[in-house]
Design a protein around this ligand. Structure first.
Ligand SMILES: CC(C)(COP(=O)(O)OP(=O)(O)OC[C@H]1O[C@@H](n2cnc3c(N)ncnc32)[C@H](O)[C@@H]1OP(=O)(O)O)[C@@H](O)C(=O)NCCC(=O)NCCS
Length: 217
């Protein structure tokens, strides 16, 4: 028996022009940890809540593994997270998550992502977000996508802007205790999605739809 017949998400693959997204497998954890340990952002400003990149480098790989395992253990028809490893140029360079809460009723996904610093600014952040949006809108049946970024995070907000998101209010967060910052929320309706001029090619989607109890469209 193959692993993906037990856990269909392990058989999913989304190919975009330069990157391939596959749900994180245990054998991807070292590559993912290496990409994170190499540096994801300037240390003076924290893009993540919780601030997982502040962990001691000795602890970060294990924390990352625990996070992945905890997400896998909570996949149900209503609530799920798919955490994709981003494969580029023969290595793992980051992660792109797509998650949902009460999906059958809300038809809304949330996304979050990061890339190792050495590959920032080449359009890969836009490519990976666009790829999961196409998958969510066109194959999972999502109608809305939401995200958010600290108001200083022009790279993340730049990705959202390019793909057509509208601003959706500001909230105050304090990922580092005692350091409150504004978070800009953003929201994208399927019909407003500024689609790139390429398409994704997906493998293993049908068993994932069955795993998430999403009727085939
Ligand atoms: C956010 C992130 C995934 C974006 O990926 P990226 O590959 O660097 O972004 P892109 O190259 O696709 O750029 C997207 C747009 O934002 C703009 N942009 C990128 N970096 C920018 C910066 N530092 N300042 C201003 N604009 C920036 C780009 O110009 C681009 O728009 P354009 O094509 O019209 O010029 C990546 O920068 C990252 O991992 N950052 C650290 C972690 C993080 O902040 N994660 C998100 C948490 S909400």
């Amino acid at each position: 028996m193959k692993l993906e017949s037990i856990w269909p998400l392990f058989g999913l693959e989304i190919a975009a022009p330069r990157i391939v997204l596959r749900p994180v497998r245990d054998e991807d954890l070292p590559g993912l940890a290496q990409a994170a340990l190499a540096g994801v952002h300037e240390p003076d400003r924290m893009p993540f809540d919780p601030p997982w990149t502040d962990a001691d480098p000795a602890d970060l790989p294990r924390n990352l593994a625990e996070f992945q395992w905890s997400r896998r253990g909570k996949v149900s028809a209503a609530d799920w997270t798919i955490s994709f490893a981003v494969h580029f140029d023969g290595r793992i360079v980051g992660a792109q998550d797509v998650s949902a809460r009460d999906f059958p009723a809300r038809r809304t996904v949330n996304t979050g992502s990061w890339l190792t610093a050495s590959v920032h600014g080449q359009g890969l952040g836009t490519e990976m977000r666009a790829a999961v949006l196409m998958f969510a809108f066109d194959e999972l049946g999502a109608e809305w996508a939401e995200s958010g970024a600290k108001s200083w995070n022009q790279a993340s907000l730049g990705v959202s802007r390019k793909l057509g998101y509208e601003l959706n209010g500001v909230t105050r967060v304090a990922p580092r205790s005692g350091e409150p910052v504004d978070e800009q929320r953003v929201r994208l309706e399927k019909t407003a999605f500024v689609r790139p001029d390429w398409a994704i090619s997906t493998r293993g989607a049908a068993p994932v739809l069955a795993q998430l109890r999403i009727p085939v469209r």
